[in-house]
Design a protein. Structure first.
Lengths: 201, 201
DNA sequence: GGTTCTAGAACC
DNA sequence: GGTTCTAGAACC
């Protein structure tokens, strides 16, 4: 029973997720060295026999014995698989696998709390939906404003037509009036002016 | 060498992908019955020992020996894992797995061509990017049109102001002129009318 | 179209 | 936050 009171016991004051605590114990425990342990430089860890590891070790620490689930968690916490450098090694019969994380290193137990679980798929998807909804809302808004502005424009264009008509009408009236005034003045002049009067040179 | 001329040899006239042809052979071949075979009703197939199957059978048909890659292909072609009905069976030591597809059934080899590979992730992603780009273009367009319409609106509003000023101005001139006309007429009347003249009753 | 590594999503 | 099944994406 290596698991019982593991949670939080490694880095007491901090909140390191159960998976990371257990993973550290798993890798660091010399008892497991046959199946899982640190790489030579301590910057990664290596599982020697995936099948045996999954069936014999995993269920002691987690609620399953599936390598796939273990790998899913590793990826969830940002671990990356290291490329197998030796592909020409005795054909096929290599069943090992190596993972690393910049903050998962031998001796650097304090860095465990720097390893963050990626934002859950659910939240991410919600975020994405939110973003799309935001865009759709924006477009809706723009459409509304466009309709508004189009309405205003039409109103103003109508008003403009009316104004133009009134301007033309007023100008015509003004012209007519001007003619009347001119004629009246002309008439007055002929009334006042004695016939045959000459201008001074 | 079970693989060599498999491609297209099962359903000659059609284009069944290599994976499906090989899968059919794999399941249908009685030589493999210890590790993979049809379920009792022939509507699904069962792998008995994933680890042995992956290491011993897979490389004879495919270019790898990974169960994960095999499962990835199954999912790609729409196969679904069947839930393990018997979870209380002798604790843990069950390493079998069962998959099914509506068109993958014992004896129904002709239905193989109805199984379609899902649209590749790449195409899908391109489609999605295209869609986003289309939306962004639309928004861009709308923005452009909005700017245009705003410009037009401002122009018309200015024109409107000018027109209003001209209307006011014309009305004022008209009023002044009217007064002049009235005064002139008044004047003419006083000139023409004899002083003290009375109206008839 | 196949293989590999990582992520999404549902369910717990 | 853990486990499982399926899909995305890159590379071949």
């Amino acid at each position: 029973m290596a698991v019982q009171d593991v949670k939080g016991s490694i880095v007491p004051g901090s909140s390191v997720p159960g998976f990371l605590s257990k993973l550290w114990l798993l890798v660091d425990d010399a008892d497991n060295d046959e199946l899982i342990g640190w790489s030579h430089n301590g910057n990664s860890f290596i599982v020697q026999d995936q099948t045996r590891f999954a069936k014999e070790i995993l269920p002691n620490y987690f609620k399953h014995n599936n390598m796939a689930s273990f790998i899913r968690q590793l990826n969830m916490y940002g671990f990356r698989k290291k490329a197998n450098l030796e592909h020409g090694t005795l054909k096929a019969e290599k069943d090992d696998i190596e993972f690393q994380h910049p903050n998962f290193k031998r001796g650097k137990i304090g860095q465990l709390e720097l390893i963050k679980r990626k934002v859950s798929a659910r939240e991410e998807s919600k975020l994405r939906i939110d973003n799309v909804n935001r865009i759709l809302n924006d477009v809706q808004d723009m459409k509304g404003k466009q309709d508004n502005i189009s309405g205003t424009l039409e109103g103003i264009q109508r008003e403009n037509q009316v104004l133009w008509r009134e301007v033309v009408h007023l100008r015509q009236r003004h012209e007519k009036q001007q003619k009347i005034v001119n004629r009246l003045i002309q008439f007055l002049i002929t009334m006042v002016k004695p016939v045959g009067l000459k201008r001074k040179p």
